[in-house]
Write a protein that binds this ligand. Sequence first.
Ligand code: GDP
Ligand code: MN
Length: 344
Amino acid sequence: TGEPDGILVRTSEEYAPGLENSARINATLLALVRNEELDGMLQAMRDLERTWNHKFNYPWTFFNDVPFSDEFKKKTQEVTKAKCNYELIPDEHWKMPSWINMDLFDESVQMLKEQDIQYADKVSYHQMCRWNSGMFYKHPALANTQYYWRVEPKVHFFCDVDYDVFRYMQDNNKTYGFTINLYDAPQSIPTLWPETLKFLAEHDGYVHENNALDWLTDKTRRPEHNNRANGYSTCHFWSNFEIGDMNFWRSKVYEDYFNHLDRAGGFFYERWGDAPVHSIALGLFEDSSRIHWFRDIGYQHIPFFNCPNSPKCKGCVTGRLTDGASFLHREDCRPNWFKYVGMG
Ligand code: GDP
Ligand code: MN
């Protein structure tokens, strides 16, 4: 894997402003989740509260396309001292846009299924990817919030983190933080890169001079991925974990890009994920030095881990990317990120 084995993680010592004088900044923990996923959500919350949030008490904001049940609200609030907010997603942010042709959608689903694309026939999965790509930060409940940490049900956090990661983002002028960086299934995004190139041709000056284009277009390590994705390496930040500054998503550049993609229809005719969409936007439009690898946050979303070499971490194996099948190791794209952009 790309893990720098043997390097003891020191980020928290390097960055440890006194807890006592660190007032909370403008941020929330954020989860899109279904009522049925309550147990998994409680487990993820307990992990993050134990390792980090009980020291800072950042609020949680939960989003759902249907109202949260009383049980969901009661049980989630019980595992944190922080304030919990429960928000309904407005129809206009969730429902399929009017320009999507249902016959074409049905045909596309059949094709995607033949190519073994998971969830291709679940409309709600397409809706979820679109919402995470270009809608969540537009919810009125977040209008006055700048930073977010995305948390999914059932994920794990392994390491005690003693500093305020949101303050770290702000003080170090970071836009986006990730833990895991992977290759994607090219069959889910055949026209995402071609649409992106069309967009760039229409918008001079949008690409940042210190971009991560080499990471986005690498074809040395997995040329077949690049071919099938028509020029995109498929490398992406695994977005079930993200710590980000919503001002980036709210910028004109990103809004124009998202609208272009949304009109092109690939959230439904293909199965574009929010991970490649966010990653391409960050790699093109942001200064790559503002993207941070949180090497010190031990994390798992099945089947992948980020597991630092540190006595602060318990419950994961140092450096291990996966405890799944061994072929999963080739899914790691961190070596490319380190090669082209650096360790940060
Ligand atoms: P995977 O990680 O790609 O397998 O997808 P998940 O099933 O974990 O979905 C990603 C996130 O979106 C999780 O936090 C889910 O709880 C949430 N999610 C997915 N579909 C829906 C939905 O239809 N409604 C709601 N409220 N949440 C959803
Ligand atoms: Mn998930």
